[in-house]
Unconditional design. Sequence first.
Length: 357
Amino acid sequence: MPLHVHPDIAKLVPYSPGKPLDELERELGIRGAVKLASNENPLGPSPKAIAALSTGAETLHLYPDGGAHHLTRALADRLDVSLNQVIVGNGSDEIISLLVKAFVAPGEEAVMADHTFVMYKLAVTGGHGTIKEVPLKEWCHDLPAMAKAITDRTRLVFICNPNNPTGTIVTRDEVTAFMADVPDHVIVVFDEAYFEYVRHPYFPDSLQYVRENRPVVVLRTFSKIYGLAGLRIGYGITTPEIVDYLHRVRNPFNTNALAQKAALAALDDKEHVATSRVLNESEMEVVASELRDLGFHPLPSQANFLYFDTRQDGHDVFNRLLKEGVIVRHIRGSMIRVTIGQPEENIRFLRALKKVI
Ligand SMILES: *Cc1c(COP(=O)(O)O)cnc(C)c1O
């Protein structure tokens, strides 16, 4: 009997995780390869989070707190919203899937940029929804065009801010105009995975719309500046009504006990966040200026990565860098995304790039 796979699932392309570092080193017979491919914090997790993991190990025979009470409380206090406006997920990726599960019926639509975080497309297609992609304009979300793309069947709009992979942002004024145009049956999702890295003075305060009880979801994560990508924990801030629907579709124990404890400790380590932010800012300037010296034009980035046009086959450049022990991300065409690492990792990347171009 042939399998009856849903046509929406058959057309999905699995997310490509890339090679683990140790495997690459073994294949190439090299040591000290660097991974600048997934926008992780090069400084690692906060020491406080690591300490919380050791103590947390002693109670691993117990199920986690399914409501993630302590973490939810701490996030609500930190963001000045109420407890029932916060939901914790197995990475913010999970919250994207929960949104689709709760709000998008087969054939209903989600609006997103055509060059953005791949998870939106995977989640919506996998959830049997229809994707409406709106081209970026000068590498930024084209919010007026996205507002025009909304129909009666639109359930979600994804705004990735800063955008992955471009690093560009939409500003407060652009968002204000957009929010004035969005009808109330549409949930606007602001994915702010790189929020803590942003330096731009006109970055929007998306939480303002949550406080006004608009149907807005703000997604943040412990995977990026907090350095806990391996534990899988992120969160959403939204209205009590939307939180309630998301709780109905999640697994009862969607986040694990260690992730909750480590996230709580990491949230308290303001010094680690500040150090990470400062390192990123200064190193990004170094990498961007070296790239410019090589004749490239990295896009202005408010995140912890740079996106640039290699003006040759990007997949080739990616493979040649790989042979030099440097893993970056080839997104499409001639474009490459590189995460800002520690100084010696960035030097290694720049040296390898000079060699292969
Ligand atoms: C990395 C990233 C996330 C975070 O995903 P997690 O599931 O929390 O690890 C979410 N959105 C964007 C745009 C990202 O780049």
